[in-house]
Design a protein around this ligand. Structure first.
Ligand code: NCD
Length: 326
């Protein structure tokens, strides 16, 4: 039986019965597929005129973002609202954190207001897990430092699965600033769990030592790494995370590691291109490739993001229901 055949719970989303979603590492293929199946249903619902259903009615969801975010925060906000929850976006810049309050004190204060689900993005790896130990509600990691960004990996997987019909056996190249990328770490765990093959393509300076141990093939040359790939995921050069210089210049970077038509031609003829956003046009990806809807899945990724976050919110809320019932 294949991984995908084994992973069909009767009610989508029910195989995932955790209190928090802190990372992809450690999730079973069944848990992952079950969330993707539930998200698939929400994709259809989100295309209707009436996008709302009362699954989370009565529940309070708080977005607590310590780092700036456009798509992830708005996507979580819409997801919560479409499920009928009360959603609050905490304005971190205007909060007491600027008056010296610690992350944990802020979390404990918010917890006292009885939220059901806290969605947290923080610049430090491990901060979201630490916070989850101090609160009584469910916690979703919306990106912690260089560590994990689980809903991004889930939305990437859903995007690929809907377009290619499967994940198993696909060759996926993740290219660029692997070092600073939580998106890459979550994607490696997910793609490995469902039987895809992951290749990392990056300059040596942007590859963490020992990354091969996660079960990936590593290349330093796009011309070698892209050969025969089904999916090419491009990453943003995360300048704000770099102390000192990791690349000689962005022009030179594009020459060697930017995705242009010539390099794209080395992958499979029907290969598809992805990017988690925000993207730097002309630095890691040629504009015309990013905008070509026949090969670029970037807009699909944004659409899948809302559906995946609705699935995660629903699964966590069902788990809270189960805990309340005992
Ligand atoms: C990513 C992130 O914040 O980790 N973006 C996102 O969530 N869509 C990647 C990035 O910032 O480059």
């Amino acid at each position: 039986m294949s991984v995908s055949e084994a992973a069909q719970p009767l009610v989508p989303g029910t195989a995932f019965s955790r209190r928090h979603l802190l990372g992809i590492e450690g999730l079973s293929p069944l848990e992952i597929t079950s969330l993707l199946n539930l998200a698939d249903e929400y994709v259809d619902q989100n295309r209707l005129v009436n996008k709302k259903q009362p699954t989370l009615r009565g529940r309070t969801v708080i977005n607590l973002f310590f780092e700036s975010s456009t798509r992830t925060q708005s996507s979580f906000e819409l997801a919560g609202k479409r499920l009928g929850a009360d959603v609050m976006n905490m304005a971190v810049k205007a909060s007491s954190l600027n008056k010296g309050e610690t992350l944990i004190d802020t979390a404990i204060t918010l917890n006292a207001m009885h939220p059901d689900i806290l969605i947290v993005r923080h610049q430090d790896s491990g901060a979201v897990e630490l916070l989850s130990q101090k609160v009584s509600c469910s916690v979703i990691n919306a990106g912690d430092g260089w560590h994990e960004h689980p809903t991004q990996a889930l939305l990437d997987a859903l995007t690929i699965r809907r377009r290619m019909g499967r994940l198993e056996g696909l060759k996926v190249a993740i290219c660029g600033d692997v070092m600073h990328s939580r998106v890459t770490r979550s994607n490696i765990h997910l793609l490995n769990a469902v039987g895809a093959q992951v290749r990392l393509i990056a300059p040596k300076t942007l590859l963490p030592a020992g990354i091969e141990r996660l079960g990936v093939q590593v290349f330093n040359d796009m011309r070698e790494g892209l050969v025969d790939c089904d999916i090419i995921m491009m990453l943003r050069l995360q300048m704000e995370r770099m102390e000192g210089s990791f690349i000689p210049s962005t022009r030179e970077y594009f020459h060697y590691f930017g995705l242009d038509r010539e390099k794209l031609a080395l992958a499979k003829p029907n290969a598809l291109v992805m990017h988690p956003g925000p993207m730097n046009r002309g630095v890691e990806i040629e504009s015309s490739i990013a905008d070509d809807r026949s090969i670029s899945l970037i807009q699909d990724q944004v659409e899948m993001g809302v559906a995946v976050r609705m699935a995660v919110l629903t699964a966590l809320s069902r788990q809270l229901d189960r805990e309340d019932a005992v």
